[in-house]
Design a protein around this ligand. Structure first.
Ligand code: ASP
Length: 325
């Protein structure tokens, strides 16, 4: 049974904070990305191709914190992270700190397929993308006013933030921060996009892409490009996480689900629930994940107010949701 799930970030997504018009925009963007990947699976594409295509669709949409629309670093740049993994052969590729490749997920795939490495970072990762002639963009391409405004707020607060979504109407001049703390504020919203798929051969793949956290500095790297933390696929499950990356790294969240399935014989749903509710939530790890197993079962657990998410299994209807139902 082929199946696809996608996410566009988890966090404090209150119904009141999204206007009906904005909600429609998010739902439409999720539906487009979902059908992009689902139609490919239906036509016989590999899971890896489907998750890459779904993530590219979300990266190109400025609503999400990945590719165009990525959040700003402390210095006012973009440093984007992405990873993907193919489950049946355990191949993986990831990039961190890319600044000009239009689709970081494509650069991650290049790392997997064209190099002997798994994770490349900063100018080297952009250089690889350039050498293989991926579409590159001037840094202005990644600018969005609402992300810029979020950086101004974070600078005023002197903290790193997890941000996603809502266009904010105000603009403010760039200010120097008075202080910086890396303590994440759980009340701030999160971003990131991801996709997991099971194809017609029962092969699994996962892909995740993010701008990381607003006001991040010192070349901070989150969970997204770290195989096993924010992204994982093997022959049992494919996982893409979103949330406060530091917690997902310390929990080795995505791989822990695979381990619970392999060593304890748990179902995908039970393993994912344990990681999100019993392991991450009690220590403040707010967020969620999307997961699929080799039978096409999907689970989309999160411990935050909401998670932009969508899924569809073979022959079923498309499901698009934002809030806790
Ligand atoms: N996990 C991402 C990071 O920490 C952020 C997110 O999912 O919103 O970089």
């Amino acid at each position: 049974m082929y199946a696809l799930a996608i996410h566009g970030g988890a966090g404090t997504i209150a119904r009141a904070s999204l206007s009906p018009a904005d909600e429609q925009l998010y739902r439409a963007a999720l539906a487009t990305a979902l059908s992009t990947g689902y139609d490919m699976l239906r036509d016989g594409a590999a899971a890896l191709d489907a998750v890459e295509a779904a993530v590219r669709s979300l990266e190109d949409c400025p609503l999400f914190n990945a590719g165009r629309g990525a959040v700003f670093t402390h210095e006012g740049h973009h440093e984007m992270d992405a990873a993907l993994m193919s489950g049946h052969n355990k191949l993986a590729g990831a990039v961190t700190g890319v600044r000009q490749v239009q689709n970081p997920i494509r650069a991650a795939r290049l790392v997997m397929e064209k190099t002997e490495h798994v994770l490349l970072g900063y100018p080297g990762a952009d250089q690889l993308a350039r050498e293989y002639e991926l579409p590159m963009q001037p840094v202005e391409y990644f600018f969005t006013q609402h992300r810029y405004n979020q950086l101004q707020e974070a600078l005023r607060e002197g903290r790193m933030r997890l941000d996603h979504s809502q266009a904010l109407p105000t603009t403010a001049p760039l200010e120097e921060p008075e202080k910086f703390t890396d303590a994440p504020d759980p009340n701030w919203k999160k971003g990131t996009v991801g996709a997991v798929a099971c194809d017609q051969h029962g092969h699994l793949a996962a892909a995740t892409s993010t701008g990381g956290m607003t006001n991040k500095r010192y070349s901070r790297i989150g969970d997204t490009p770290l195989i096993g933390a924010g992204t994982w696929a093997d022959k049992r499950c494919a996982i893409s996480c979103t949330g406060n990356g530091e917690y997902f790294i310390r929990a080795v969240a995505a791989y822990d689900i695979a381990c619970l399935m392999e060593y304890k014989g748990l179902s995908l749903e039970e393993a994912a629930r344990i990681v999100v509710q019993d392991k991450l939530a009690p220590v403040g790890g707010e967020g969620g994940l999307i997961a699929v197993d080799a039978a096409g079962n999907i689970t989309l657990p999160f411990n935050s107010d909401g998670m932009y998410r969508a899924s569809r299994v073979e022959g079923g209807e498309a499901m698009v949701a934002i809030y806790k139902e």
